[in-house]
Design a protein around this ligand. Structure first.
Ligand SMILES: *Cc1c(COP(=O)(O)O)cnc(C)c1O
Length: 372
């Protein structure tokens, strides 16, 4: 039995008729770039996240970039984030002209370690981007506390955390801006590229709204130099169909994660995901840590089980960021997870039987090489 790492087709199948009808409506109305379907999604998604404004944009990367631009981040500034993230978080910083500065992650939550934050702040620090990695919200209260003392903005990278909660509140409106990706593989995925920026701040909202549309306040009246970062109507229409199903999908992800945790309980050579008591984890990714990670990937692949690594090279050691002059050992926790993380199949449509097959295969591997 083959078990793929991701099965987007299985997720679409039951919604296909509804999605086809929604796409047809966009075609009939020709509202392709921005327009009424995007506005509807913005309103639905803001409501879902319990806040006032959401702006549809072209991707999660653009969402972070625009949020930083609207905050006035640019050349000569520094923006703090974590090395254990998808490169896009750092790229968005670089594309404002600012310099990414890293703070290591906490060994249990895999998100920014607030205890290490103060020492990374300099007079040039303009913003901090905690990443809700794998679907586990970062510990925002101490981060916001430090940021407020220094007058620094905080941007949530919530690209992996749709519907996740921190102290009972949904991610997205917990800081100055919240950025989401609707890349097809994310917990809420479009049929192509899409993203959103959320903010409680009317000033930031207005700036981002204008920036994403060539700096236009109305057609052909440009008050700033912006960029083309509009969301497509077709993506919005697909997301409008999928959003009402997100909570049920999240519930299934959480159930599956609990099942894996139970099946792995008591094994010494495997670290299962931690869930802080103050969060609702949405398990975008179910990652465990094992020492012989690469051998386990091979072992599972031979049995038709797909896996992933999130991520094999931390950002500070990527060739693209060699000029920042970080070396091996700079961020030991991020470096350790990059060596030991393996992401197992976890999606709503996975069956309990499949979860048993995967976990049994992992156990067989650990059993045959007990010092793994
Ligand atoms: C996916 C992702 C992004 C970028 O989103 P895109 O829509 O692919 O541009 C940024 N940060 C994190 C943590 C992500 O997982």
């Amino acid at each position: 039995m083959k078990i793929p790492f991701l099965d987007i087709a299985a997720q679409i199948r039951p919604l296909r008729t509804e999605i086809d009808a929604a796409i047809s409506k966009v075609i009939d109305s020709t509202a392709f770039a921005g327009g009424s379907f995007v506005e509807e999604f913005e309103s639905q998604f803001a409501t879902y996240c319990d806040g006032p404004f959401a702006l549809g944009v072209g991707s999660g990367t653009e969402a972070i970039w625009l949020a930083l631009l609207a905050m006035g981040v640019g050349h000569g500034d520094e923006v703090i984030t974590v090395p254990s993230t998808f490169l896009a978080t750092a790229e968005a910083i670089t594309y404002t002209g600012a310099k990414p500065v890293f703070v290591d992650i906490h060994p249990q939550t895999y998100t920014m370690d607030p205890a290490l934050l103060s020492q990374a702040i300099t007079p040039k620090t303009k913003a901090i981007i905690p990443v809700h990695l794998l679907g586990h919200p970062a510990d925002l209260q101490p981060i916001l506390h430090i940021a407020r003392q220094h007058g620094i903005f905080v941007v949530e990278d919530a690209c992996q955390a749709h519907g996740a909660e921190y102290h009972g509140k949904k991610t997205g409106f917990l800081a100055d801006a919240g950025c989401f990706s609707f890349y097809p593989g994310k917990n809420l995925g479009a049929f192509g590229e899409a993203g959103a920026v959320l903010t409680n701040n009317p000033d930031l909202h207005e700036k981002i709204r204008v920036l994403r549309d060539h700096g236009q306040i109305k057609k052909y009246h440009h008050t700033m130099v912006g960029w083309n970062c509009r969301m497509d109507g077709i993506q919005a229409a697909v997301l409008n169909v999928k959003l009402p199903h997100l909570d049920h999908a999240t519930q299934l992800r959480r159930q599956h994660a609990t099942t894996y945790n139970q099946l792995f309980a008591g094994l010494e050579n495997i670290i299962t995901p931690f869930q802080a008591p103050w969060v609702k984890h949405v398990f975008h990714i179910y990652a465990i840590q094992v020492e012989r990670r690469d051998a386990l990937i091979q072992f599972l692949a031979h049995q038709g089980i797909g896996t992933g690594i999130h991520y094999p090279i931390p950002v500070h050691l990527q060739e693209a960021y060699r000029h920042l002059d970080y070396s091996q050992g700079s961020f030991p926790v991020s470096e350790k997870t990059s060596r030991q993380f393996i992401s197992l199949p976890l999606y709503p449509e996975l069956t309990v039987e499949q979860i048993h097959t995967v976990s049994q295969a992992v156990k067989n591997f650990l059993h045959q090489s007990p010092h793994a």
